[in-house]
Design a protein around this ligand. Structure first.
Ligand SMILES: *Cc1c(COP(=O)(O)O)cnc(C)c1O
Length: 429
């Protein structure tokens, strides 16, 4: 399988090259040359299959030229060593709990797979993994790579815009992990990372790789759990709806990919906070990026979502085809808090602010359409401790592994919102 650039000005590459590069030379995102439809039998057996078994069938067509099946199987077993349960919250509404990995957010899935792919492909030259984070990516990537030989990880994050626990999860690790605290917004961090990949001198001297959701090895594994969730759904007599709380739209794009490969999903809901560039596009066909706004679902505070180009690629740039599959929704912090509190009071199920946005979209959609729905619960509520405790007016139990991070000391390097400073740091450290 080959991968081409969404800008269509670079040569197509192998899976291996796409994973190592992260971003194509022409600044485009890698995209599979063809998307296979999986056999009927695979879908009939989903409820009998384990997550790694499903993952192997889904990943094989994309990766098999570069990773022999046995190695791929091992790699997937290591990646997916935690549960992804589907929980019934109320009638026709289920939460897919993606937060049982080491950093308690769904990004563990993609980050662990990518780290293992890069480790598998790494040659003699050290790879520098550059990653911009709005909160959860940094910790998932850092933990995914911690101690992996031949790889150093450099994380850029916006000063003062991530939660305490999030920050501690990637600034306390040491070893091969460095955190750069940027005086700017997430979009600035993302821009600096993209600029680093375009810098000739930097790329001659170093083997740069990206770990944002733009890396194809982050994207692909995020489709595994859509199949797994579908398999766990007991009543499949109604149309199946997935609601995806979205920021950079990697998670949603992975779901769309699963549908293209044959998963019978009726509708995807693009659920956003007030950073609603994509829902607005879905409503009126006008795509207008803008600076991000801070919200309580901060991992979705993205004003220029990178994976939008992949969504467009998937639908051959057709607005009509895209809007047939995806509906957009956007909510304020007040609406999000209200839903979180209400569901907790009514059902005792505690969502995090991101999951709550997904819940709201699902509820709104199901009020007018028939279906059974799954919203992706993308993080453990304790990751947003102050926010969630304030909303439910109660203490939230912190899982022991998260608590451990809080007791450690933060180490970060302060950086101006300036690419020159990043370049200097990379060349001299
Ligand atoms: C990253 C993140 C999101 C958004 O996912 P995208 O793939 O960027 O759309 C949602 N919720 C949480 C908790 C996240 O960390």
């Amino acid at each position: 399988m080959y991968f081409y650039s969404t800008n269509k000005k670079s040569n197509k590459t192998s899976f291996k090259e796409a994973v190592i590069k992260g971003l194509a030379d022409d600044k485009g995102l890698f995209f599979p040359e063809s998307i296979p439809v999986l056999p009927e039998k695979f879908f009939q057996n989903l409820d009998q299959m384990s997550l790694p078994e499903i993952a192997l069938e889904v990943a094989k067509p994309f990766a098999k030229d570069d990773i022999p099946e046995k190695d791929l199987e091992n790699l997937l077993n290591e990646t997916l060593n935690f549960e992804i349960p589907l929980r019934r919250v109320e009638e026709d509404i289920h939460a897919l709990e993606l937060f049982h990995g080491p950093t308690r957010a769904f990004k563990d899935v993609g980050a662990r797979f990518m780290a293992r792919c890069l480790g598998y492909f790494s040659g003699e030259k050290e790879v520098t993994v550059l990653v911009a984070t709005s909160g959860d990516t940094g910790s998932a990537v850092a933990n995914g790579f911690l101690g992996v030989e031949g790889v150093r990880v450099v994380i850029l994050y916006p000063e003062g815009k991530v939660s305490d626990i999030q920050e501690k999860q990637f600034t306390t690790l040491g070893n091969n992990i460095t955190a750069l605290e940027v005086k700017g917004a997430f979009d600035d961090c993302q821009r600096m990372v993209k600029q680093a990949f375009m810098d000739q001198e930097l790329n001659q001297k170093q083997n740069l790789s990206s770990a944002n959701s733009i890396n194809i090895a982050r994207l692909l594994p995020q489709s595994f759990y859509y199949y797994y969730a579908y398999g766990q759904l007991k009543d499949k007599s109604k149309p199946v709806i997935f609601s995806v709380p979205s920021g950079n739209y990697g998670n949603l794009t992975a779901g769309l990919l699963a549908k293209r490969m044959g998963l019978p999903v009726q509708q995807f809901l693009a659920a956003s906070n007030l950073n609603s560039v994509v829902p607005e596009f879905l409503a009126d066909g006008v795509y207008q990026e803008r600076p991000s706004i801070a919200t309580i679902s901060n991992a979705m505070d993205v004003g220029a979502p990178s994976n939008f180009v992949r969504m467009q690629e998937l639908y051959g740039q057709s607005y009509d085809r895209m809007t047939a599959d995806i509906s957009g929704f956007s909510y304020t912090d007040a609406q999000t808090s209200e839903a979180l509190a209400k569901i907790y009071q009514r059902t005792n199920y505690l969502m995090d602010p991101h999951g709550a946005v997904g819940y709201l979209a699902l509820k709104e959609y199901l009020a007018k359409n028939e279906g059974t729905g799954i919203f992706l619960e993308t993080a453990h509520p304790a990751k947003f401790l102050e926010t969630v405790e304030e909303i439910i007016e109660k203490e939230v139990e912190i899982p022991e592994d998260l608590n451990e991070f809080l007791t450690k000391e933060k180490h970060s390097v302060s950086l101006a919102n300036d690419f020159g400073e990043l370049k200097d740091f990379l060349l001299n450290n």
